[in-house]
Design a binder for this molecule. Sequence first.
Ligand SMILES: C[S@@+](CC[C@H](N)C(=O)[O-])C[C@H]1O[C@@H](n2cnc3c(N)ncnc32)[C@H](O)[C@@H]1O
Length: 359
Amino acid sequence: MVGSVATVPCVQPTAARAADRVSAVSLFKGRFLQVPTQTPERHATSRPASLARPPACLTFSGWARQRGQEAYGGGDGDGVGEWTHERERAVKDDDCTELLRWAAPRLRLRLEGFHRVRGQVCKRLGRRLHALGLPHLAAYRERLDSDPEEWAVLDALCRVTISRFYRDARVFDALRDELLPALLESSPVLRVWSAGCASGEEPYTVSILFRLGLLPRFPRARLELVATEADGALLARARKGCYPRGTLRELPADWRTEAFPGSDTEPCLTPEYRNGLIFLHEDLRARMQEGPFQLVLCRNVAFTYFAPSLQREVLAGLVARLAPGGLLVIGTRESLPEGGVDLERVAGALPVFRVPVSR
Ligand SMILES: C[S@@+](CC[C@H](N)C(=O)[O-])C[C@H]1O[C@@H](n2cnc3c(N)ncnc32)[C@H](O)[C@@H]1O
């Protein structure tokens, strides 16, 4: 269940195999691998021991730093920040899909979520094969069978990191024009959680929208925003706040000029838009921020990539952290899992849901 983790030490460099010395696993020195506590039902399966502990390594910065260059779009055709300097083994799409089909349920992920974006993950798998000196994915599968620590590496390889500012413009238009003004009518403090915030594009979008779209109308309003992310390298980028221009292209032009002045190829956010924001290294499966929040954004993470049972657990956790009347925003290609939660759609076909005022 979300919220409880057991902690076991990660492998030490000296214990790593010779072929791994330069690999991600050898970068785990002094860090801890956190393993979600098993439910009784999961203990009851007859999985091999190596598969019985789908991991969630929460302090992954070394490995993440190594692959952090991909964060701006990797395989979605943006062509921005593509990481090409390390050699990789070619991985056939069919083989990659087959590995994901086998591994995804063991990581409590959902194969279908990777349908459009698996290129990014398959490329990383190619690099991982190269780093381990393995010839093909069948050998990698054997490695996973014999090395439980490798599951944490695979888990991180499976994180799709594509994001951009003002992504799904109509959602942010609705937040600016109707939904957030309605909340600010009743309380001047807007508490927001961006869960799975990538390199900060989503939370900074909210901050820019708040300052330029709402403060002029609600001068007493205050924003308190917490942004969480499982990948330490992405968080470092978020804290830096400088972005390739391609990720800014959907921001309204006047806001872009205001928040990212200058003509650099990687302009940096003006400091005032960082006020009221904190970034935290957290895995959504293991820990959740304390509410209550007026707005939670959980877009293109849980309801795309997580297995249905995990989606339900995460959804219950998110809803429990929303204030009465608070809003949950998910991705435009996502839908909520069936059952159990009492939410109403509030923006037509847009994926914005409200917790009833009395519950
Ligand atoms: C596709 S991006 C979406 C970013 C942003 N929410 C958006 O819609 O543009 C998904 C992000 O969620 C992060 N992520 C994946 N699994 C996570 C988890 N279990 N806990 C926290 N963040 C996670 C990934 O590292 C990645 O940065």
